[in-house]
Design a protein around this ligand. Structure first.
Ligand SMILES: *[C@@H]1O[C@H](CO)[C@@H](O)[C@H](O)[C@H]1NC(C)=O
Ligand SMILES: *[C@@H]1O[C@H](CO)[C@@H](O)[C@H](O)[C@H]1NC(C)=O
Ligand SMILES: *[C@@H]1O[C@H](CO)[C@@H](O)[C@H](O)[C@H]1NC(C)=O
Ligand SMILES: *[C@@H]1O[C@H](CO)[C@@H](O)[C@H](O)[C@H]1NC(C)=O
Ligand SMILES: *[C@@H]1O[C@H](CO)[C@@H](O)[C@H](O)[C@H]1NC(C)=O
Ligand SMILES: *[C@@H]1O[C@H](CO)[C@@H](O)[C@H](O)[C@H]1NC(C)=O
Ligand SMILES: *[C@@H]1O[C@H](CO)[C@@H](O)[C@H](O)[C@H]1NC(C)=O
Ligand SMILES: *[C@@H]1O[C@H](CO)[C@@H](O)[C@H](O)[C@H]1NC(C)=O
Ligand SMILES: *[C@@H]1O[C@H](CO)[C@@H](O)[C@H](O)[C@H]1NC(C)=O
Ligand SMILES: *[C@@H]1O[C@H](CO)[C@@H](O)[C@H](O)[C@H]1NC(C)=O
Ligand SMILES: *[C@@H]1O[C@H](CO)[C@@H](O)[C@H](O)[C@H]1NC(C)=O
Ligand SMILES: *[C@@H]1O[C@H](CO)[C@@H](O)[C@H](O)[C@H]1NC(C)=O
Length: 539
C-alpha cells in the first residue's frame, strides 16, 4: 500500500533550526569512512536517498521478498548499510536511516517469525517521523530457522544479540552523523518484534527510554509447542478429528459469534473480551435425526477437538504452559498455517534446527518433547523474566498491545505475562501503570487487520498510510503516545482505534473505538451508537 504522505505538525521539531544549519549532504558523504572505525563493522554503502525514491532490495534473501520487495522512501535520508560480526561465526546485517529532518530521537525496529528480514516499511515510517532509525536481520537472512542448526552464535543473535548490537552500533552512527548524541531512544516492533522489545527491557534496560512491543512472542518455547499442538489435536486431512477451513470459517466461527458476539451488547462481529466467551462447540454436534452434513454440523470427535483447541495447554506436571486460543480468532490468513494438517512451520524449524535435529519427526512430538523444549530454553529465549525493576527504576516506559482476535499468538499470553510481572514485582496495576501499559485491541488479528478498530499507529498502514496531525495524534497512535509519555510524562490512558471501510483509507472511517488498558475492559453503555467511541468506557 503506497499513498501520498503529508507531513504535518510532527510532534516536535525542536531540532529543525539545528538541521538547517547542519550540512546533511556532506555528512552523508563522510559517514561511510567515519563508521568504518566501529569495531567489527564493514560498511557496504552510504547513500543519500531523496523522499519519493522507490527502493528495491535485490540482495535480500528471496524469502524476505515475499513480505517486502520495494519501499517508497517518505523523507530525505542518508541510508547506511553495513554488517557487524558478533563472533567468529556470526554477525548481523543492518541499516541505519538518518533523516534530514532529525528530531534528536533514535529508534530501533524489530523482526517477525523466525526471520531474518529487515522490515523496510517500519524504518520508512519512523524515519519519516524524524527518528534516526535502525533495522537488522536478526543475525541471519531469510525466514527459515535452518541457519540456527549447529551454530549457537546465530541463535544467540536471534535471541538477544542482534537487537542489542544493532542499537549500540546504530547509536554510534547516529552520533557520528549528526555530531551530537540522540536525546531519547525508542523501540517499535510486533510479534517476534514484540519479544525483542521485551528482551531489551529485561536484559538491556538502558537501550531504550520507550518501548512499543506489540503482540509479543514471549513465553517463546511454549509458544512453539502450543503452535505445534494444533496438529496433535486436529491431525491431518484424513484424520477423523480434522476440520476443514470451510468448517472453521463458515460453521464454527459463525457459531462462536452466535454464542458470544452479543456478550458485550453489540452484534458487530467483534467479541470485545474473548475471556468472557465460554464457547460450547457441542452445540454443533450432528443430530442423529438429521444426518451428518459437515457444512452444518460436527462429529463428536470434531467437537471434542474444537474444545481442545480452545483449552489451555499444561505440561506433564500440570503446570500451565500456554493459555487457550481465543474463540473468534479464526482467520482465513492463518487457518492453513495452524489448523491445516501440517505442523506449524516455525515450530517445525525450531524443533529441527534448535531443539532436536532435522530427522526428528515433528508429527510425533508429544508432551514429553514439549516439556523438554520448555526446559532447554536456549539463551533464555522464553523472554519471561517478570522482574522489570531495572527498566522501571531508570524511568523506562513500555507499551504493549495485543489483538484480541490474534490466532497466531493468543492474546491471553500477554495477560499471563502481565500477571507474571505483577506477581514477580509485587505490584498492582496502578503501580505497573507508571512504567508499563497493556492495551487489548478488540477485533484485531495478528499485529494488524481484522474486524475491529485496529489502526493504532503501530505501523505505516496502522497510521492509514498517511502521516497527518490526525493519524499522528498521541490519542490514537501508540508510537507518538510513547514519545509523549517519555518526553512529557503524559501516559496514554486509552488508545482510539480506527476502522476504515474495507480497510481502505479513501473509503472513509467505518467506526472508531477506544481500547482500554488491562485489566480494564472496554464496556458499551448499551444505549448510545456503538460506532461512537463515547458510547464505550473502561471498567
Ligand atoms: C516500486 O518498484 C517496484 C519494483 O520495480 C514496483 O513493483 C512498484 O510498483 C513500485 N512502486 C511505486 C509506488 O512506484
Ligand atoms: C544477507 O542479506 C544482505 C542484504 O540484505 C546481504 O548484503 C548479505 O550479504 C547477506 N548475507 C549472507 C550471509 O548471505
Ligand atoms: C567483535 O567480534 C569479536 C569476535 O569476532 C567478538 O568477540 C566481539 O564481541 C565483537 N565485538 C563487538 C563490539 O561486537
Ligand atoms: C561482512 O561483509 C564482509 C564484506 O562482504 C564480509 O567479508 C564479512 O564476512 C561479513 N561479515 C559478516 C559477519 O557477515
Ligand atoms: C522538514 O520539516 C520541515 C518543518 O516541519 C518541513 O517544512 C519540511 O518539508 C521537511 N522536509 C522534509 C524533506 O521532510
Ligand atoms: C536535546 O535536548 C536539548 C534540550 O531540549 C536540546 O537543547 C538539544 O538540542 C537536543 N539535542 C538533540 C541531539 O536533539
Ligand atoms: C495422515 O496421517 C496418517 C497417520 O499418520 C497417515 O497414515 C496418512 O498418510 C496421513 N494422510 C495425509 C493426507 O497426510
Ligand atoms: C449440506 O448443507 C449445505 C448447506 O446447508 C448444502 O448446501 C449442501 O447441499 C448439503 N449437502 C448435502 C450432501 O446434503
Ligand atoms: C512421547 O513419545 C515418547 C517416544 O515415543 C514416549 O517415550 C513418551 O512416553 C511419550 N510421552 C507422552 C506424554 O505420551
Ligand atoms: C529484581 O532485580 C533487581 C536487580 O536487577 C533486584 O535487586 C531485585 O531484588 C529483584 N526483585 C525481585 C523481586 O526478584
Ligand atoms: C468492500 O469489499 C467487498 C468485498 O471485497 C466488496 O464487495 C464491497 O463492494 C466493498 N465495498 C466498498 C464500499 O468498496
Ligand atoms: C451510528 O454512527 C455511524 C457512524 O457515525 C452512522 O453511520 C450510523 O448511521 C449511526 N447509527 C445510528 C443508528 O444512528
Amino acid at each position: 500500500m503506497v499513498r501520498p504522505i503529508y507531513l504535518a505538525s510532527l510532534l516536535s521539531t525542536t531540532l529543525y533550526a539545528l538541521t538547517i544549519a547542519f550540512d546533511f549532504d556532506s555528512a552523508c558523504g563522510r559517514i561511510a569512512s567515519q563508521a568504518a572505525s566501529i569495531a567489527n563493522a564493514t560498511i557496504f554503502f552510504a547513500d543519500l536517498v531523496p523522499a519519493g525514491t522507490n527502493l528495491t532490495f535485490p540482495d535480500q534473501d528471496p524469502s524476505c521478498a515475499s513480505t517486502t520487495s520495494f519501499q517508497v522512501v517518505l523523507a530525505d535520508m542518508c541510508r547506511v548499510s553495513l554488517n557487524v560480526s558478533t563472533s567468529d561465526r556470526s554477525g548481523i546485517t543492518m541499516e541505519t536511516w538518518l533523516p534530514r529532518n532529525w528530531t534528536g530521537r533514535f529508534l530501533s525496529t524489530g523482526n517477525g517469525g523466525l526471520d531474518g528480514c529487515i522490515q523496510y516499511v517500519d524504518i520508512a515510517y519512523t524515519t519519516a517521523l524524524g527518528f534516526a532509525s535502525v533495522a537488522a536481520n536478526n543475525g541471519h537472512n531469510g525466514t527459515s530457522g535452518e541457519l540456527f542448526f549447529n551454530n549457537p552464535d546465530v541463535l544467540a543473535d536471534f535471541v538477544y544479540r542482534s537487537i542489542h548490537t544493532n542499537v549500540v552500533v546504530g547509536k554510534d552512527i547516529t552520533q557520528m552523523f549528526y555530531d551530537t548524541p540522540h536525546n531519547t531512544s525508542y523501540y517499535l516492533g510486533c510479534s517476534t518484534g514484540g519479544r525483542e522489545g521485551f528482551k531489551s527491557v529485561q536484559n538491556f534496560p538502558d537501550d531504550f527510554d520507550g518501548v512499543v512491543a506489540g503482540s509479543p512472542a514471549v513465553n517463546f518455547n511454549n509458544l512453539m509447542s502450543w503452535s505445534a499442538r494444533f496438529y496433535n489435536i486436529l491431525g491431518n486431512s484424513s484424520s477423523p478429528t480434522f476440520i476443514t477451513s470451510d468448517q472453521w470459517l463458515g460453521l464454527i466461527h459463525d457459531n462462536i459469534l452466535k454464542q458470544c458476539d452479543t456478550i458485550d451488547g453489540v452484534a458487530d462481529g467483534i467479541i470485545e473480551d474473548p475471556n468472557l466467551c465460554d464457547y460450547k462447540p457441542e452445540e454443533l454436534i450432528c443430530s442423529p435425526n438429521t444426518g451428518t452434513n459437515n457444512s452444518d454440523c460436527l462429529t463428536v470427535v470434531q467437537a471434542a477437538a474444537v474444545r481442545q483447541v480452545f483449552s489451555p495447554m499444561y505440561d506433564l506436571d500440570g503446570n500451565l504452559m500456554f493459555p487457550r486460543q481465543q474463540p473468534g480468532s479464526e482467520n482465513a490468513d492463518f487457518i492453513g498455517l495452524l489448523y491445516g494438517g501440517e505442523v506449524f512451520e516455525y515450530s517445525r524449524d525450531w524443533f529441527h534446527y534448535v531443539v532436536f535435529n532435522p530427522s526428528f519427526d515433528v508429527k510425533t512430538a508429544n508432551l514429553t518433547d514439549y516439556t523438554f523444549v520448555e526446559k532447554l530454553n536456549p539463551f533464555n529465549i522464553a523472554t519471561f523474566n517478570g522482574n522489570l525493576s531495572d527498566f522501571q527504576s531508570r524511568g523506562g516506559k513500555v507499551l504493549t498491545y495485543h489483538g484480541q482476535a490474534d490466532m497466531l499468538i493468543s492474546p491471553a499470553d500477554t495477560e499471563l505475562w502481565y500477571n507474571h510481572i505483577a506477581e514477580t514485582m509485587g505490584l498492582p496495576p496502578s503501580d505497573i501503570d507508571q512504567f508499563m501499559r497493556f492495551f487489548r485491541i478488540s477485533g484485531m488479528s495478528h499485529c494488524a487487520n481484522g474486524v475491529g478498530a485496529w489502526e493504532i499507529g503501530q505501523t505505516l498502514p496502522g497510521a492509514s498510510g498517511i502521516l497527518t496531525s490526525e493519524t499522528l495524534d498521541p490519542e490514537r497512535n501508540v508510537l507518538t503516545a510513547m514519545v509523549r509519555w517519555v518526553e512529557e510524562g503524559v501516559a496514554p490512558d486509552r488508545i482510539l482505534g480506527t476502522k476504515h471501510v474495507n480497510d481502505t483509507t479513501e473509503l472513509g472511517v467505518e467506526f472508531r473505538r477506544r481500547h482500554c488498558r488491562y485489566p480494564l475492559r472496554s464496556t458499551y453503555d448499551r444505549k448510545g451508537n456503538s460506532s461512537d467511541p463515547d458510547s464505550w468506557t473502561c471498567q
